[in-house]
Write a new protein. Sequence first.
Length: 152
Amino acid sequence: MILNEIPLMFSKACEYGIRATVYIALQSLEGRRVIVNEIAKEIDSPIAFTAKILQQLSKSKVIHSVKGPTGGFEIERNNMNTVKLSMIVHAIDGDDIYVGCGLGLKECNASRPCPLHDKFIDIRNDLRSMLENTSLYELATGLEVGLTYLKR
């Protein structure tokens, strides 16, 4: 099996959601609210798709939406340490990433495992730990100082 045949960890919506949330956090650190068009441009995502994702994130209280002429999306600075990547993933993809089969089979469990089942359990546990322990603040400050990037 070729590695790129293994299903992606996150849906495309979730990837965009993480990138959008990190971008919003970076702008919020600078005291700016950002609008959908700017976010979509900065994360290389279609505007309508980005708007749907932002709506989900806002509904889940990961980001804050302000209506009106000076509106946009923001995240309060003091919330950035409490917002974890796991919250973003849950808001968009739910918890499927923790329970789905690594090969995408409809049924996969300890009694009838796929070839990756036992190895994927360790990967899934490591992923859960990383998602639950990585804060939005940590990711935004990496961008702020130029250690990380959202697009190439």
